[in-house]
Write a protein of this length. Structure first.
Length: 317
C-alpha cells in the first residue's frame, strides 16, 4: 500500500474535457481534451512529478492525452473502469461528478498502486486502430447478413451490394494490417513466431502484438491475468462458488477464442488438451477457456524463447 507521501494524479476523461485530481494535496483542475489542453496538462504534471498518472480506459477518448503524457515520459497507467467502480463501491463513494471521479481515480492509484506497464508506441496504436476498424466492419457485415435472411425483395439487392462492399473493405484492411506488420523487422519476426502455431493467423497475431505488448516478457500467470483468462474463486464462508474469469482485455480474448476453435481442430497439442478435459467431464465453456489460456501461455513462451512452434517442446500441461 502507498505511504501517501508521493503525488498521484487521477484523470477523468470525457469527450470535451480532462478533469485532474492530485493527491495528497487535493488540488484539481480541468483541461480541454485537445492538443492545447493536453499540452497544458503535460506542463502541470511535469512540475508535480507524480509517481503515477491514472486514466480509466474510455474506449479511445483518452488516447490523445495518454499518448502525449507518455511521450513526456510521465508514468501513465490505463486501468479497466470496472476496477475503479469496484474500488469506489468498496470505499462507499457512490456519488458521481467529474471532479469526484478524478479524485476516486487518484485514490485508486494511491492505495492500490497499479503496475506501470509498457504502453503502446505510436505504431502499435495505429495498428490497434486498424484492427479495431476491421472488427467493426465484420460486426456490420454480420448484421447485414442477418437482415438479408428476412429482407423483402425490394431491399435485398442493396443489402447484398453493401455486404460485398464491406467484404472488399475487410480485405483491404487485411492487406493494410499485413503491410503494417511487415514494415517493422521486430514485428515481422514476432508475427512469424506466432503464426507458426496452427490456429494463429495474421489478424490474430496482429491483435496480440497491438493489444498485448507484454506478450513474451512476463510470467505465464501474469499474461493470463492481463488477458482476463485467470479463473478467480467465488467463495464466501461455507459457500463454494464456481471459479470464473473476468476483466482483462476483451479484444485479446475475442481473438484467442476464434484461434482456439481452430487450434482444437488442427493443433495436436491444443486438441489433445481440450479432448482430455472434455473426457474428464468438463463443460465445453470450461474446456475452451482452459485451452485459450494454454494457447496464450505457449505463445508467451515462444516469444520469450524466440522459438517457433514445436509440439514436443510446448506439450506441457
Amino acid at each position: 500500500m502507498g505511504t501517501h507521501k508521493t503525488v498521484v494524479a487521477g484523470i477523468d476523461v470525457s469527450k470535451e474535457s480532462l478533469d485532474v485530481s492530485l493527491l495528497p494535496s487535493g488540488a484539481s483542475q480541468r483541461f480541454s481534451n485537445n492538443e492545447s489542453g493536453c499540452a497544458e496538462l503535460v506542463k502541470l504534471l511535469t512540475g508535480a512529478a507524480p509517481t503515477r498518472v491514472i486514466f480509466e480506459s474510455t474506449g479511445g477518448l483518452e488516447t490523445l492525452a495518454v499518448g502525449l503524457l507518455s511521450a513526456a515520459l510521465l508514468p501513465v497507467v490505463v486501468v479497466n473502469p470496472r476496477q475503479i467502480r469496484d474500488f469506489a463501491k468498496a470505499c462507499g463513494l457512490l456519488a458521481k461528478t467529474d471532479k469526484l471521479d478524478a479524485k476516486v481515480i487518484a485514490m485508486f492509484g494511491q492505495r492500490i498502486e497499479p503496475e506501470i506497464r509498457p504502453l503502446k508506441d505510436e505504431a502499435a496504436q495505429e495498428l490497434s486502430a486498424l484492427i479495431s476498424r476491421r472488427r467493426q466492419l465484420i460486426d456490420m457485415q454480420t448484421a447485414e447478413k442477418n437482415r438479408l435472411t428476412a429482407a423483402p425483395k425490394a431491399v435485398r439487392a442493396g443489402i447484398v451490394q453493401h455486404i460485398e462492399w464491406m467484404e472488399q473493405q475487410i480485405a483491404s484492411f487485411d492487406d493494410n494490417i499485413s503491410r503494417f506488420i511487415h514494415s517493422s523487422p521486430v514485428w515481422k519476426a514476432k508475427e512469424q513466431i506466432l503464426t507458426s502455431s496452427k490456429g494463429i493467423g495474421p489478424v490474430t497475431a496482429a491483435t496480440l502484438l497491438a493489444s498485448l505488448p507484454e506478450l513474451g516478457s512476463v510470467s505465464r500467470h501474469k499474461i493470463s491475468a492481463l488477458a482476463g483468462l485467470c479463473p478467480y474463486n467465488r467463495d464466501s464462508g461455507k459457500y463454494k462458488g464456481k471459479r470464473s474469469i473476468w476483466g482483462g482485455r476483451a479484444a485479446v480474448r475475442s481473438a484467442l477464442y476464434m484461434a482456439t476453435l481452430s487450434a482444437i481442430r488442427f493443433n495436436p497439442v491444443i486438441k489433445t488438451f481440450y479432448e482430455r478435459l472434455r473426457k474428464a467431464g468438463k463443460l465445453h465453456k470450461v474446456a475452451i477457456t482452459a485451452a485459450m489460456r494454454k494457447l496464450l501461455v505457449i505463445l508467451n513462451a515462444m516469444l520469450r524463447d524466440n522459438r517457433r512452434w514445436d509440439n514436443s517442446l510446448y506439450s506441457f500441461t
